[in-house]
Ligand binder design. Structure first.
Ligand code: PBG
Length: 327
């Protein structure tokens, strides 16, 4: 065989001890952010049909959920709100006693160490389901910015540790940064949904949050899945406007974009492993067609390998439990 010249890569794969010495990427509990849907009303614990294991929870069921997140060692949650009433300007989003504001206060009072991230958008609170204000069937940019800044300030007042605007209006980071600074919250970071595609993968979330647009779609503000350079322009603007974290969303179909964003911009990067990605894996796992634990860990590892520092995932509790078992 000495006439063949080749490299023996298998030497470093001989056994688990050697493999773990050369492993490049790890998923850690510290990387995880768990999404929670809080709903106005009492005694509500509705499982979302397309998201088995994920619930809409009223405030009287919130503590038990947060307690289990904290007990597993997950450092952070992101809150989404479902109001009892909606209107055309999304008043519930920036009301001081809105559902996200009340939930934030409750969580920070009982679990002060847990990092609470508030999703800042109007779509769950508008009767038309769009992420901004509407005039003649158009989503208006600049008038929406004022409401988004107002929303962020009310969330910071309620005790949110991080503001995460997801609405995709132009200038939303600049408007929110200015609003927060003027209101005395210059210490509160912005986790910008900088690169957010108009994706079919948000379907189950819209069931969970009741935020399906009542007419049209989100393609005039969320990005075309075909575009890569546009993602870099979006990320650049958000960095210039003062974003502290950059998010890429969805995760799985956009790992290439993540890698480029990470290589170009010096900011912590967040992958959003979205509802449709969760639903696909759950459906296959519930049918016994895939090994859920291995599939999920492989998926999250691919996001870390693509450069993500943090991952928002509906699997966070399962992953934390699996990681705890290994210890
Ligand atoms: C609000 C928002 C959405 C998601 C997060 N924030 C829905 C949307 O843009 O339609 C989707 C998250 C998921 O699918 O898990 N704008």
């Amino acid at each position: 065989m000495n006439e063949l010249n080749f490299k023996r890569h298998r030497r470093l794969r001989t056994n688990e001890r050697i493999r773990s010495m050369v492993r490049e990427t790890y998923v850690r509990k510290e990387d995880l952010i768990y999404p929670i849907f809080v709903i106005e009303g009492s005694n509500v614990k509705n499982e979302v049909p397309s998201m088995p294991g994920v619930f809409q929870l009223s405030l009287d069921h919130l503590d038990e959920e947060v307690q289990s997140v904290v007990a597993l060692g997950i450092p952070s949650v992101i809150l989404f709100g479902i109001p009892a009433e909606k209107d055309d300007v999304g008043t519930g989003a920036y009301h001081n006693h809105g559902i996200v504001q009340e939930a934030t206060r409750q969580v920070k009072e009982k679990f002060p160490e847990l990092i609470v991230i508030a999703d800042t958008c109007l779509c769950e609170f508008t009767d038309h389901g769009h992420c901004g204000v509407i005039e003649n069937g158009e989503v208006l940019n600049d008038p929406s910015l004022k409401l988004l800044a107002k929303t962020a300030i009310s969330q910071a007042k309620a005790g949110a540790d991080i503001i995460a605007p997801s609405n995709m209006m132009d200038g939303f980071v600049a408007a929110i940064r200015k609003g927060l600074d003027e209101a005395g919250f210059d210490h509160i970071p912005i986790m910008s949904y900088a690169v957010k595609y108009a994706s079919a993968f948000y379907g189950p979330f819209r069931d969970a949050a009741g935020s399906t647009p009542q007419f049209g779609d989100r393609k005039s503000y969320q990005m075309d899945p075909a575009n890569r350079l546009e993602a870099l322009r979006e990320a650049q603007s958000d960095i210039e406007e003062g974003a502290d974290f950059l998010m890429v969303k969805p995760a799985l179909s956009y790992l290439d974009v993540m890698r480029e964003v990470k290589d170009r911009f010096n900011a912590p990067m967040v992958a959003y492993n979205v509802s449709g990605e969760y639903a696909m894996v759950k459906a296959a796992a519930l049918n016994g067609w895939v090994d859920e634990k291995r599939i999920v860990l492989e998926l999250l590892t691919s996001m870390k390998r693509a450069g993500a520092d943090l991952i928002i995932t509906y699997f966070a509790k399962d992953v934390a439990a699996w990681l705890n078992e290994e210890k």
